[in-house]
Every structure is written in C-alpha cells, then in structure tokens.
Design a protein. Structure first.
Length: 268
C-alpha cells in the first residue's frame, strides 16, 4: 500500500516470546492495536494511512487523545513500564518499517526502558487557604501588622489609601510566601522521587479547589518502593491547617522519558 503507515502509542519491554500479541480494538476510532516486536522490546501500534489525525471538531479531538491515553494505560498494565509517545506520532511504512526503526534505535530505547523500570509518574498540587496564607504573611511581616493598626485609627479617606497600599504589599508578600512554601514542599518530596519537576500552573482546577491558592505543583517519577512513603508525606502535609493536597497517578512517565536520537525522522 502506497500510503501505509503505523500509528505509534508506546514502546514496551515484552521479552523474547512476544510474537502475535494483540490488545484488541481499543485504539483511536476502534482500530486494532497490536505489537511489532524486535528482540525483547516492541512498538505498540495500529495500522493507519500515512496522514495525521486532524479535525476541527474539538470533542472528536479530545476523544482521540483519551483513546490514545487509554491504549498506553492498557499497554502499561500488560507489559509494565512503557515509553509513551505523544499523540499523533506516525511511522511511514508497514511493520517492517517499524522493526527497522526499533533496530536502529534499540540501544537507546532499551536503555530508557531500563531507566524507567519500576517507576511511574505522579502529579502533585498543593493548595493553601487564602485566609491562612494571609495570616502567615502577617505573622512574618511586622511592617504589615503596623500598617493594619494605622488603618484602624486613620480618617476614612486616608484609611482608604493606606488600605490600597496594604493590599499591594500583601499581594507581593503572598507571592514570596508561596514561593518559600513551594521550596519547602519540594525539599520534602524530592528525596522520595527519582526525578522531580516543577509543573506549570494551569488555570483549571477541580471545583473543590476553586477558592484555594495553588502554591506548589510538581510532577515526579517515583519508584514502586518509595510510593508508600511519598503518600504518607503528602498525607502529613494535607493534615496541616490550611493545606490541601491533590495527588494523582500512577501514569506512564511522559514527563521524564528522553527519546532524543530515536527515529523522529519517520514521524508524521
């Protein structure tokens, strides 16, 4: 077929006896997902045309991404740790082309699978009650306490101007306080993780956190042996006055897999 290609979900360590493994019709648009093996690793793919998945339909695009993630989850359950690929990576050609890519990049892929073995990615967000954060700012800043006292004793007009000044200073000091909190939380979490990254602060939040201040956001790669201790550490933080922890995972290690030097020239 002139336009034959393979959609790539992940690469897994499958062992030597890995021929003819099929995961079923669980792929994007119910395509049949199967593995293309080489030595003891394999690519998790479905057959497709040599063209990207593009649509103006936002709901359809979201469905595709969810289906992509679902296949990676199922491959993880079947094979253990996998190297996940982002949405819409397409290798031109048939199964032999996929085997050629696996052969060329075998050392890199096998090495990265070994590095990821026995670990998974987790997401951590730590929120603080705004009133509690304000209380901490005041406790640590005598000048703000003095300014608050002045406001109570000044005439209305002057009190208004002083209040505006106080609000600006509170906002600035709250930012600094949040940064110190994030550094402290990082110090508790980092020793328990193989790798830790500061995650971007998304504008989206679950409803129960809408009125809370996000002070720290991390993604981390944690070993199976360390996950219990990490959970206990986060429970301890969550149990403190004013703090709320959101802890999700395990996920395939999207944020930590290094695939530079692999067959990106074949990607669609």
């Amino acid at each position: 077929m002139a336009n034959e290609a393979r959609y790539l979900y992940s690469v897994a360590r499958t062992g030597e006896n890995n021929d003819h493994v099929r995961l079923g019709n669980i792929g994007i648009e119910k395509n049949e997902v199967y593995i293309v093996p080489f030595k003891d690793i394999a690519a998790v793919v479905h057959a497709c045309e040599e063209k990207p998945y593009r649509t103006e339909d936002r709901k359809l695009a979201e469905d595709w991404v969810l289906e992509h993630s679902y296949v990676i989850d199922q491959a993880t359950r079947m094979f253990g740790t996998v190297l996940p690929f982002s949405f819409d990576i397409i290798i031109k050609g048939n199964d032999e082309a996929v085997k050629g890519w696996l052969s060329r990049d075998y050392e890199s892929l096998a090495g990265e699978l070994l590095r990821m073995q026995g670990t998974a990615e987790y997401s951590i967000q730590i929120y603080c009650d705004p009133a509690y954060l304000e209380k901490m700012v005041l406790v640590h800043n005598q000048d703000l306490q003095d300014l608050m006292s002045r406001i109570e004793n000044e005439p209305k007009g002057k009190a208004y101007l002083l209040k505006r000044n106080l609000d600006l200073k509170m906002k600035d000091r709250a930012f600094s306080e949040a940064a110190k909190l994030a550094e402290g939380f990082s110090g508790k979490i980092k020793p328990l993780a193989e790798e830790l990254k500061v995650a971007g602060k998304s504008s989206w939040a679950e409803e129960k956190y809408k009125d809370k201040k996000l002070v720290a956001s991390f993604c981390c790669r944690v070993s199976d042996e360390a996950i219990k201790e990490l959970g206990e550490t986060l429970d301890e933080i969550n149990g403190k006055e004013g703090y709320y922890v959101r802890f999700t995972g395990p996920w395939a290690p999207f944020s930590f897999v290094s695939l530079s030097g692999t067959g990106s020239s074949e990607e669609g």
